[in-house]
Each structure stands twice: as structure tokens, then as C-alpha cells.
Design a protein around this ligand. Sequence first.
Ligand SMILES: [Fe+2]
Length: 504
Amino acid sequence: MVVNSNANIVVVDDEKYICSIIVEALASDNYNINHFTDPIAAQEHIEKNSVDLVLTDLVMGDHSGVDVIERTMACHRDAVVILMTAHPTVQTAISVLKKGAYDFLVKPFKLDLLKATIRRGLEHQSVLRDNVHLKGQVEFLKVASASVAGVNIDKFLDLTVKSCKKEMAAQAVGVLEVDPRTRDVIRTAHEADADEYVEEVLDESTLLNFSYTRSNRPNIQRSQITDDGETVTRIFLSQPIFASRKLHGVFNILIISPFDEITSGQLNVLSILSNSAASAITNHRLYQDLELSYLQAIKGLANAIEARDPYTAGHTDRVSHLARKIAQALEWDDARVSDLMMGCTLHDIGKIGVPDRILNKAGTLTGDERRMMNSHPQVGLKIISGIDLFRPAVPYIIAHHEWFNGDGYPEGISGEGIPIEGRLLAVADTFDAILSDRPYRRGAGLGVAVSELIKYRGAQFDPLIVDTFIEILRQGKIDLEEMYGREEDLSVIDGLLNAKTVSA
Ligand SMILES: [Fe+2]
């Protein structure tokens, strides 16, 4: 067991000779000892200095050792306090242990017992500190390894600044991610006790510290400031994030503390943090490149399907646009909207398995042809199965032809049993199909499309999605002229809604 042989120890006893005996008894060790006969002076010292262990008397004139315990625990959460008392009672023992004291010694005590108790206390502290440190490491490593699987990078950075602030006992932590080629800031995250610190920890000029170095060592600046009449140390650390010898960002940490030191444990935390961030950022970038390549390949396939049927050209893009408007009205977050865009691009990918003669048939489909056509959601699912990256597209592919009343395909599920992604896409998909030109007819007008949505509201379509979409149309939030090349009169919507109210 490695204990802190240079531990900062404070001895408090109003009997001067007891202080002297203890200091003498510990003289052969390397401890850094301060002793006080005045408990108030002792508390002032404890407030302003780094302290590992406190040895205090319980009754000191008008003062109680309990105040010393409380002050110590408030200033140094992992300090060890050992109480000395000549009049032990069970009640006293319970109450001081509850306050956070580690142990107590009954006066008079043998000096060997004193030394053994101090050593045991420091061993206990060492285990505790290692545990805290390991816990921090495990937390960071967990997050870092999760990032390999494509964990959202914004969430990752949020989590790391929170952990860092806690582990470093900092007032504020900020992280800046930069493009390694241009040094442009592409992402930031921060956590601060006060707004005034935010600008400082997100200051882009902190990146300049690492313009001409590849060293992973942090830049540390210290200054003395007065806070509420007290002189405290203000420490500003900038920890670079390097990956493949390129600067990918910086962590900025502001610590305002009565102590002028950064512990090796804190520097370790910082080093782990920057390594985790470096791998998370690099992985994220690789993952994005991979996602983009896959999406381009799949977009190529989707375009190939559209090319087989010139009348559906642009369908995927228009459906994506309409679906995104609905999702935004439903206040979906950016990540969900991004999944939606993928889902819309891929939703009809299964049509690749439907022969041209069926896909482009102008007349009514036979039973077999209909079955083949209606198999496209399952075929689509097969095409993307095994590609983890496309898992978010699954509900769009499989459920966009389900009906709210259960009359749809392929599963015939109903109501909220249908994933909301499928219910949303069904509305956008149908609306675009009605307005688009087909081999056998010209595209219908807005009135026809909205009538259909109203007519099948609650049957084919989720009422909530229909109402949301009609409201978006009514407010003119969709540029129909640009999408379909013809002007539409939006007042037709109010007319239809009024007619529905009257007939109801
Ligand atoms: Fe479809």
C-alpha cells in the first residue's frame, strides 16, 4: 500500500505540551506538520491550505473539536480527521463519526497507537483517492469506447465537460473542437458555475498556445485574486487535444481555489480526458465519412429506381422535404430529423426488387403483381439489414404503408402500434404521390390532396400527423409552386376544413 508520506498534517490541541509530544513523535516521518493551540487559527489554516489529515482535541476551552471537523470536511472532502479525547462516551463517538471523523484516540494514548492510527487513516485516504480516480477513468473510457459505436459527439463532449468539472473541482470547463486543417471551430461545449466564465473557457485564442507545439502538456496560468476579501489562486489550464499529431481542439479549465497546486491526479484526469476526446473526435469523423459514403451509395440506388420510372423523378427528395417540415412542427430534435432524412431516402429502396413491367404498369395490377409490389417494404428491410448505420431507417422502410386502422401492409398493425416514423412518412408519401404526375394521369391539385388526407384521417392516416401537416400547408410553410411547378390557392384548405366542420 502506497501512502502519502509527505502528507500535510494539522495538529490542534489547546495543551501546548501535547502538541509538542505529537510533533516530536512524528518527526522521524516525512510529514509536513503544522500545530495550533488556538482552534480558530487552526481553522483559518485549514481553510487556506492543502490538508490531508487533522488530529484534533475535542474540548478546547470554549471551543469544540467538532467545529474543526466540520471546517475540515467542508474544505477538504477527502481529508482524514482523528479526534483525541480524555472523556469518551458512546454518544460522543457516534456524533463525531457522523460528522465525518475517521477515528478517535482516547487520551492518554501510546505514541505507537497514534502513529498506527495516522498510517491507517492515510492508507484509507489513498484507497479512497485511487477509487475516485479510477471511477473517473472508467467513466471517461466508457464514453470513449461508446464513441466508436457512433455515440452522438455533442452528447459525448457535454458528458466530458461535466465529468471534467466534477473531477477537477473546477468553476468552469469548456471544450472547443476545431477542423485540424483550417483551425475553424466546429463544435463547443461548456459547463460553468457562472455565465461570466463561459466566454473565457470558450475563448478561441487559447488554441494559439498550441500553434507551434505537438506536446500534450497543458498550458497552466496562475494568478492571485481577491475574492470576498480573501486572496485565492486563479488557475487557468488549457489542455490540447491532439490526434495523429494534429490539433483537434482544446479543453479550458478554470479553477478558483485557496490552494496553489494542481495534483498529479488532476493532471492524470486531464490527460485521460484529452486522449478520450481525441479518439472520440477522430472516430466520429471516420464514422461521418463512412456514413456519407454509404448514403451516397444508397442515394445512387434510390436514384436508379426513380430513373426506371421518370414520372416519380424527385419523389424521394420531395417526400424528405415534406416529412422534415412535419417533424420540425412536432419539435423532433436534430438527431431524429437526421434519421428521418435517411429513412425518407431509403423508404422505397425495396422497389429495386420489383420488375419494371409492374413498377411502370399503367393499368390495374393483378393479384400477383400487387403482392410483389406490396413486398417492397420487406425487400427494403432485407437490403439494409446487416448495415448498422442504416438501422434508424428501419421504421420508415417497414411501416410507411401501414394504415392507422390496421388495413395496411405488410403487418396490418394499427394506431400507435405503427412506429410514428411510418405514420409520419405515410402522410408525406401520399401527399406527394397525389400531387405528382403519373404515367396515367396528371398530378392532382392541392384541394384533392387535402380532401384525401381529411377523408382518410383516422383510417389510413394518424389524425395528429394529418392535422399537423394541414396546418403547415395552411400557414404557407411549404413552397408548393417550387416543388410542383404550379400555383396553388391555399384558401382551398380553409374551405375544406370548414366544410368538414359543417358536415360533422
Ligand atoms: Fe413505398
